[in-house]
Design a protein around this ligand. Sequence first.
Ligand SMILES: [Zn+2]
Length: 277
Amino acid sequence: MNKFELTEENYYSSEASQHYMSVSLFKDFMQCEAAALATMKGEWQREETTALSVGNYVHSYFESKEAHQKFIADKGSALMTKPNKKEPYGHLKSDFKTADAMINALKDETVFKALYEPGQKEVIVTGDIYGYKWKGKIDSLNLDQLYFCDLKTVDDIHKKHWSSTYNKYDNFIADRGYYMQMAVYIELIKQTFGVGCQPFIFAVSKQTPPDKEAIDFNGDQDAIYMEDAMRMIEENQEHIQRVMSGEEEPTRCEHCEYCRLTKKIELPIHASDIEIY
Ligand SMILES: [Zn+2]
C-alpha cells in the first residue's frame, strides 16, 4: 500500500489528490473530466479568480491573525491597484475593500461569535467513502458541542441558479455542491473522531452592505439533498478513479476554459445542432 502521509504542508499538493479524493476535486471531475485531469497532472491551471482570492482573504481573517497577515504578505501587490505618481504604493483593490466590509459584517455578530469562534480551525479529516480514501478540511470544528462550521462568500445569498438535475431553480447551497460538502464532512468527521457532528454554514455576501446568514441542514428537504449528493458520489467515483488512473479516457465538456483552449475545429456542425446550455 502507499506510504503517503497527509499533512498541513502537502494537503493541497497534486500528490495528495492522487491519494485522496476531495469534494472540490470530485466537483471538478463532474464538471469537466478533461480539465480536472489536466489540472491534477499539473498540465494546466485555471487562473485564480478574484472571487477565490476574496473568499480566501475573508477566510484567513477568521482563521487567525497570523493566517490573515500571511495571506496579505503572500499576495502583496496582487491586492493593490497599480502604483502611479499620485499613489506610489497604489491602494487596496475595491474587491478587497468589499472583503473588509464582509469581515466587518460578520465579526461582531453574536451567533457567529458563539458558533464559529470556539471551534478548532482548519482541521484535516480523512476516511473511506464507498471504497475510496477522501480528505477534507473543516473551517471550524467543535468536538465538545458536536458541530462544525463552514464559511462561504457569495455574490447574493438569495440569487437563483438553474438546476438541470432537478429542472428547477436552486439556491447557492445546492448550486455550489455544498450539500455534498456537508454530507462528506459529516462522514469524514465520524470516521476520524468517532462522533456525529451537525453542520452549519455562515454565508456573507459581496453586496453593499453585505448580507449574512447562519444556515443549518435540519430541514426535511436538506436531508434528501444530502442523500442525493452521496448517491452521486457512489454512482460516479468508480469511473472518475479509472479516468484518474488512465484506464478510461476523460470526457471533454467542450465549453469550459480548458476545452476552449485546447479545441480544434473539425468538420462543420449543423446550425440547428449547436448546443445551448
Ligand atoms: Zn471542459
